[in-house]
Design a protein around this ligand. Structure first.
Ligand code: GLN
Length: 383
């Protein structure tokens, strides 16, 4: 057996979703919406399935979707991208993250990661033989510590992998932090892999990609996900925007990972990306209302929440109710005793690194208003 994979635990999202299902708990753990995405997209996917284009799509994606990704880059961020050379469609952002790492990393290279981190980053890095240099953000503000970030970059740094808006914290990296990261990437002649799956789910200020920083257009691989942008997480359609040279490498990785992505879904996502501004405003407005509903409700029950400017998630402290339990035990008890599932934040740290915080749990608010109300009522019966 492969030593890395045999040591890899089953993802916390599956563990908690299974427990939630077993106990009939409301699942505010794994981040997925409980309503369908836009009817136009689902309808388009159905229609496209029936019109005889069901064989392998081109390796880098259908021209319809590559064109729509290029247009979206220009429309939302003023980033110019060539639809033929600078865009690669992948089977979800998960594949895109792996493909981008494969594109630039050799064994022994160092990659800077920000903790807490999404759970696929480290295992993939390790399997590529790369070395992770983790920089830790600390609650409650999750500010990027400048000196530690500077110290994490060195002669072996090949890339930084940045997730903004960030899972699990909901943090959105601000202009000063983006400028600092860009400065270090340029100074070390490195690359930035930007996991921006929550780019359209921001609540205070619009998302600004690292790619838009001076000198970063050629060094950045920017990843988006239709799953998040259109509330269709099962579709697994992702897209990478990069320089032509980097996109060609990402395409090589994609060639040996999945080769291509279902054509009807690609075409439907292209329709989605071209939807008017009103769609995007409604999406973030609706999620902002759910964030506020859940945060205020949790606060009132003695679970103070940390500020979250984007994503599907809000992190809450369990200090007032933990009674000596760590976040993992607390989440298990929460399912059986309150009938609500959440995710322990300690799962988002390098298992071989320093002790993570054990007093924070993550709730997903990408659910219907009535479902969040019911979850808060259930919590209110216990706390
Ligand atoms: N990204 C989702 C989350 O953080 C989980 C996706 C998955 O289960 N792989 O909840």
């Amino acid at each position: 057996a492969n030593t890395q994979l045999s040591a890899l635990p089953t993802t916390i999202f599956t563990v908690m979703s299974q427990l939630a299902a077993q106990h009939g708990a409301i699942n505010l753990g794994q981040g997925f919406p409980d309503t369908e995405g836009p009817a136009e997209l689902v309808e388009a996917a159905r229609r496209f399935l029936g019109d005889g284009r069901n064989q392998y799509a081109p390796l880098t994606g259908l021209p319809e979707l590559r064109g729509a990704v290029a247009r979206a880059n220009a429309r939302f961020y003023g980033i110019e991208a060539d639809a033929t050379r600078d865009v690669v469609v992948t089977s979800g952002a998960t594949e895109a993250i792996t493909a981008c790492l494969m594109a630039v990393v050799d064994p022994g290279d160092e990659v800077v990661l920000i903790e807490p981190l999404y759970d696929t980053y480290l295992p993939v890095l390790k399997m590529l033989g790369a070395v992770a240099r983790c920089v830790r953000l600390h609650a409650p503000d999750w500010l990027l510590p400048e000196q530690e970030l500077r110290a994490a970059f060195g002669p072996k740094t090949k890339a930084i992998l940045l997730n903004s808006p960030m899972n699990p914290t909901g943090k959105v990296f601000d202009a000063r932090e983006r400028a600092l990261i860009a400065e270090l990437v340029r100074q070390h002649d490195a690359y930035a892999i930007c996991d921006e799956v929550y780019e359209h789910l921001t609540f205070e200020a619009p998302h600004v990609p690292l790619m838009a920083e001076p000198g970063m257009r050629e060094r950045t691989m920017r990843i988006g996900s239709a799953g998040k942008t259109f509330s269709l997480t099962g579709w697994k359609v992702g897209y990478v925007t990069a320089s032509a040279a980097l996109a060609a490498l990402v395409a090589k990785a994609h060639q040996i990972l999945t080769f291509c992505t279902p054509p009807n879904l690609q075409r439907a996502v292209a329709v989605g990306l071209d939807m008017k501004d009103g769609y995007y405003e409604r999406l973030s407005g609706e999620l902002r209302a759910r964030r506020d509903q859940l945060s205020e409700g949790l606060h009132a029950l003695g679970f103070p929440t940390l500020p979250a400017g984007g994503s599907y998630f809000v992190v809450a402290s369990i200090d007032a109710h933990a009674k000596g339990r760590d976040d993992v035990t607390f989440c298990r008890d929460l399912i059986t005793e309150a009938g609500v599932a959440a995710i322990p934040v300690s799962a988002f740290y390098d298992p071989e690194g320093a002790e993570p915080p054990r007093n924070l749990i993550r709730f997903a608010f990408c659910k219907r208003e009535a479902v969040l109300t019911e979850a808060l009522e259930r919590l209110g019966r216990v706390f």
